[in-house]
Design a protein around this ligand. Structure first.
Ligand SMILES: Nc1ncnc2c1ncn2[C@@H]1O[C@H](COP(=O)(O)OP(=O)(O)OP(=O)(O)O)[C@@H](O)[C@H]1O
Ligand SMILES: [Mg+2]
Length: 371
């Protein structure tokens, strides 16, 4: 996948953004708060129709404006495409409109045309950070190459939300408890589908990540285990019959769920547990090991997507270069060399050596100067 052109109107601090991309490695450098990350965010937005920095999309619109647009020309397996995503107010309501090759398309149908993987400083917390970080990693990875997963996950989140609001209504005696029965059935069915779709993806990720990690770390092995957690965050070993297991738990936890007003068990609680040489990283890993694992996992995500769709996705590296030491930086650059189109933000451009196919852009207060 290659991006050829990026345009934007009223996106963050860019009234107008216009970039012709000719190189594989594109470095945006400059001082803080000038608009480097905003460019990566616009690419991410053009690819996935959402921001990785905010769930409040109106924040993406330049202050004191009421609409914005991102336009990207790209290739996907040699085919040329263009996408235009507009966000504007229509009778006080925010509307998002996506056009692919000039035709209106739903976000769901557009998903997967332009794949991106983002690596930001937050990801360096991958091992020790919140479980939500690891679930998001997993969900993004599988959704980008598997529409069924995306659809099931969307449905699952809706049913979960509905179930949680029912639990609260039952607690407040506004609804009868037996209304839950049909929702529980639907919930268990969707949760099981998610669980079953995650298993082969984890297995594949584990194989890829272990190879990459062995390479970077000269020989250490990396294990990734999918774990189920219940309400007390106790780890439960993988189960034979997930649907039956979940049904039992859901019924056992029903009263607690009603008191808490949330669902205590399901894929939205599950997690990834990482180990190096069979030793749990979160308990025994050094800082360096944790960073290396975070890097290896991102590279694995690139490789995973390539194996699924026969092409590398676009890589966005937001500010991570300065967080990695010299040897990991060069491992990273070696990996992407001539294979993966990459967009990098960095304060100091010297951190990215002038490889053959590199373009440098100086970013100053929402203006871009190619040097
Ligand atoms: N909706 C918006 N309208 C106008 N300007 C915005 C909007 N949202 C953010 N900004 C501005 O964008 C700038 C931050 O841009 P960005 O996050 O891309 O910085 P950066 O160059 O990556 O900096 P750093 O090196 O600190 O990461 C800030 O000056 C902020 O005020
Ligand atoms: Mg930034």
């Amino acid at each position: 996948m290659k991006i050829k052109k990026i345009q934007g109107l009223n996106f963050r601090n860019y009234f107008s953004l216009n970039l012709d991309i000719e190189k594989d490695i594109n470095v945006f450098f400059g001082k803080n708060a000038q608009g480097k990350t905003n460019i990566l965010e616009s690419i991410f937005y053009g690819a996935l129709g959402l921001s990785y920095r905010t769930s409040q999309e109106e924040n993406l619109i330049t202050f004191n404006n009421n609409q914005m647009m991102v336009y990207i020309e790209f290739t996907n397996n040699q085919d040329n495409h263009n996408v235009r995503i507009k966000k504007y107010f229509d009778n006080q309501r925010m509307v998002k409109e996506i056009n692919l090759d000039g035709k209106k398309i739903s976000l769901k149908d557009y998903y997967g045309f332009l794949n991106v993987v983002i690596f930001s400083p937050e990801d360096l917390q991958f091992v020790k950070g919140e479980p939500a970080l690891r679930r998001r990693f997993l969900d993004m990875q599988i959704s980008q190459t598997n529409k069924k997963y995306l659809e099931t996950l969307t449905q699952y989140n809706k049913v979960l939300k509905q179930r949680n609001s029912l639990l609260k209504q039952i607690r407040e005696k506004e609804t009868q408890e037996n209304v839950l029965d049909t929702w529980d059935e639907k919930y268990i069915q969707l949760a099981t589908e998610i669980y079953l779709l995650r298993q082969p993806a984890i297995k594949k990720l584990q194989e890829i990540a272990n190879k990459i990690y062995q390479n970077i770390s000269s020989g250490e092995t990396l294990q990734i285990n999918y774990i189920l957690k219940d309400i007390r965050e106790k780890i439960i070993d993988n189960v034979e019959n997930y649907s039956q297991f979940l049904a039992e738990k859901i019924s056992a936890y029903r009263n607690i769920d009603i008191i808490r007003g949330v669902t205590s068990i399901g894929p939205h609680h599950d997690d990834l547990l990482l180990a190096v040489n069979e030793k749990l990283l979160k308990d025994f890993g050094s800082q360096g090991q944790q960073r290396t694992v975070a890097l290896a996992l991102k590279l694995s995500q690139l490789e995973y997507i390539r194996q699924e769709i026969n092409e590398y996705p676009i890589l966005l590296l937001d500010d991570v270069m300065s967080e990695l030491d010299e040897s990991r930086r060069s491992q990273l650059l070696q990996f992407i060399d001539k294979k993966v189109q990459t967009f990098i933000t960095v304060n100091d451009k010297e951190l990215i050596p002038d490889l053959q196919d590199t373009a440098y852009y100086r970013i100053e207060n929402g203006t871009i100067n190619k040097i």
